[in-house]
Ligand binder design. Structure first.
Ligand code: HEC
Ligand code: HEC
Length: 325
């Protein structure tokens, strides 16, 4: 079992092995279906067994398939190696990792990001454009209808309320010390690299992504919500390391989020042609590293920005094998 030797020696490797063992049963879905274990007991989505028969149930099932495997079921619109469920854990069911049910009940809503009231479908489009670094499915596209049906199904019983229980990520207090790239690098090496790889490019097994890439050409682009250090710190504190959620201090979560969001990744699709102008227009906040200089490179500068689009997994990334299929 090569994964054992590849990861040997650290406490984190034990967590990696535990996660891999869990992945064996339901590929990429550590808490698939009825086994969903919300971090906070605030949101209990219906189990898959409650999906009705018939045309509507078919849409719900298709939506869940797209959510878990967008590269297969919505390939035309996907431009990287991520899945919706990599960030919205337990196939969009887990409270505290921006679950789909409480999101569904929160739209239409005004979004400062684009300056108008967004329908739920338009909100879905945003995650394709930025998080999936892909193409935007047109309104009414079967992909959006299926994802909307799945989200509606998961919202059963929730109030129509932008503060429905379990929505988004739990608030994380500001850290005692200013967030720091170098300290974040140490947190990364100790608590994340065993799964996401020392270079942040993730790991594959049997041609499938077992641990998703956190930066570089196959990850989310500069316009994505996860590219905000605040969002990333909140997500990471509530959900990572996988299997040990909540074990990082607030400071460690802010530091490692800063480290992750100070790496190169595909260009913001709203790029105006000028990095500082793009920063002023779309990233003018302390929680975006876009346009900042890190280790001598200006983040977002075309000279250091990898091309958009799916590229094969780096041949150098260690590949778990053996039982982890
Ligand atoms: C790289 C991680 C990532 C991936 C991949 C991703 N998302 Fe998201 N998504 C986020 C983050 C972070 C937010 C919250 C962003 C914010 O508040 O600005 C979010 C927000 C959302 C919301 C709104 C949630 C709310 O409560 O308002 C929906 C709906 C959504 N995503 C759907 C999807 C779908 C569908 C896919 C796959 C096509 C997807 N996401 C892929 C990270 C991701
Ligand atoms: C035990 C293995 C493991 C460890 C350790 C781990 N992760 Fe993850 N991480 C995963 C898996 C698996 C997913 C995707 C979850 C899914 O699809 O259900 C993920 C998803 C993510 C995502 C969202 C997807 C993406 O590619 O952007 C981020 C961000 C992330 N992890 C950051 C971290 C950080 C930072 C650490 C260290 C503090 C960490 N992870 C530690 C296994 C791990």
């Amino acid at each position: 079992m090569r994964i054992g030797s590849a990861l040997a020696g650290t406490a984190a490797s034990m967590a990696a092995l535990a996660a891999l063992a869990t992945l064996v049963g339901g590929w990429g879905l550590p808490w698939s279906g009825d086994d969903a274990k919300p971090a906070a007991k605030t949101y209990e989505p219906p189990p898959n067994s409650a999906i009705p028969e018939g045309k509507f149930g078919d849409e719900v099932r298709l939506g869940q398939n797209i959510f878990r495997e967008p590269g297969t079921y919505a390939a035309h619109y996907v431009g990287n190696d991520l899945r919706c469920s990599n960030c919205h854990l337990a196939a969009g069911r887990l409270a505290g990792s921006a679950p789909m049910g409480p999101a569904y009940t929160a739209y239409p809503a005004y979004r400062a990001k684009n300056g108008h009231v967004n329908s739920f479908e338009e909100r879905l489009q945003g995650c394709f454009r930025y998080s999936m670094n892909g193409k935007v499915p047109p309104l009414g596209d079967p992909v959006l209808v299926a994802l909307e049906s799945y989200s509606y199904f998961l919202a059963k019983g929730l109030p129509v309320d932008e503060k429905a229980p379990g929505r988004g990520f739990p608030e994380l207090p500001k850290p005692p010390l200013p967030a720091d790239f170098a300290r974040g690098g140490q947190v990364y090496a100790q608590h994340c690299a065993s799964c996401h790889g020392p270079d942040g490019q993730g790991q594959s097994s049997g041609g499938k992504i077992a641990f998703p890439p956190l930066w570089g050409p196959r990850s989310f682009n500069w316009g994505a919500g996860m590219g905000s250090v605040k969002n990333a710190a909140e997500f990471i504190h509530a959900n990572m390391p996988l299997g040990l959620a909540g074990s990082l201090s607030d400071q460690e979560a802010w530091d490692v989020a800063t480290y992750m969001d100070s790496q190169v990744r595909p260009q913001d699709p709203r790029f105006t042609g000028d990095v500082q102008e793009t920063r002023m227009k779309f990233h003018n906040t302390p929680t975006s590293m876009y346009g900042r200089t890190v280790n001598g490179a200006v983040l977002g500068d075309p000279a250091v920005t990898p091309p958009a689009g799916t590229v094969p997994p780096a041949a150098s990334a260690p590949t778990p094998s053996g039982e982890a299929k």
